[in-house]
Write a protein that binds this ligand. Sequence first.
Ligand SMILES: [Mg+2]
Length: 373
Amino acid sequence: MRITSVEPFILHAPIARGAISDSTNTITHWGIAGVRIATDDGLEGYGFTGTHAHLASDRLIAACIGDCYAPLLLGEDAADGDRLWLKLARYPALQWVARAGIAHLALAAIDIALWDLRAKKAGLPLWKLLGGATSARLEAYNTDIGWLSFAKDKLVEGCVRTIEQDGFRRIKLKVGHDDPMVDVDRIEAVRKAVGPHVTIALDANGKWDLPTCKRFCARAEALDIFWLEEPMWYDDVGSHAELAASTAIPIALGEQLYSADAFASFMGAHAVHYAQPDVTRLAGITEYIRVADAAHARRLPVVAHVGDMGQVHVHLSFWHPATTILEYIPWIRDCFVEPIAIDDGHYVRPQAPGAGCTPTDEAMGAYAKPLRD
Ligand SMILES: [Mg+2]
């Protein structure tokens, strides 16, 4: 499996429903900053990271893949995954300028492509290559009905519809208004409409400060909240630890963390109850496994954040024993040869060899962006 070419690409896939917002972002497209790695035995591996489809920063990721990492990979054996991850992640010149951020997003795409290659070589879906499924069913929770930009009546209507028509029993609502009582009012309306048996998680996307969170949680505790996700600034371990100790609502976080060390800081401080690693930010599957295993050793559940919109995480979630549920946002599923699929609120287990990242020719034709002007 000698690597013969490493080619970055960028896709910008439109969000079918149009612009959506959370407390900190408004987007119209999901960016797929990816890489195709070919080997001398005729295989092609694909991996990608997820972005807000901002072309200038996507080009930085593509340049990191093509200009910085590709020369380190050409001629290497794609089977040597752990060694290659270390070679790239610890490359002195790159480590000097980027131990997180763009370098980790770029490394994520490459590491996923190398896992995709190894799974294809073995003729197995990734979850099988990793050791097989540890649960028969993987329940999905729907995030795509709970955006902050939805008016309250549309929010309630969408939640009811996805439960009654799509079979979901778990939903997540975005929160993070300047006045948190606006969020309490929206959650109360949803809880009243869906009844007591539907699981409701919340996501503030890092918006609030500690006093606002305490005020919000004091009111929200009565609404049976499954978790409050990223209530405060992503790196603030101390404030999350204090909040976790002061409220009955479990704290979830991790989608903005770049390393196993960052997760260790939160877990060591008892600042997180649900670990939410994401392969697209964590420099790939290799580091994700370290995080998931560390959380599992502490008996913490792992619920991946889907910066990949689930294509890779569905494999990791069927496999890893700390995971029983997975986020669902179906924005880019049609871009892939084997798209994620849901049946009665549960993920369908992938069957094709690989990591679920091979784009369709149609997507490459319709959504590709030039790497340079
Ligand atoms: Mg989130």
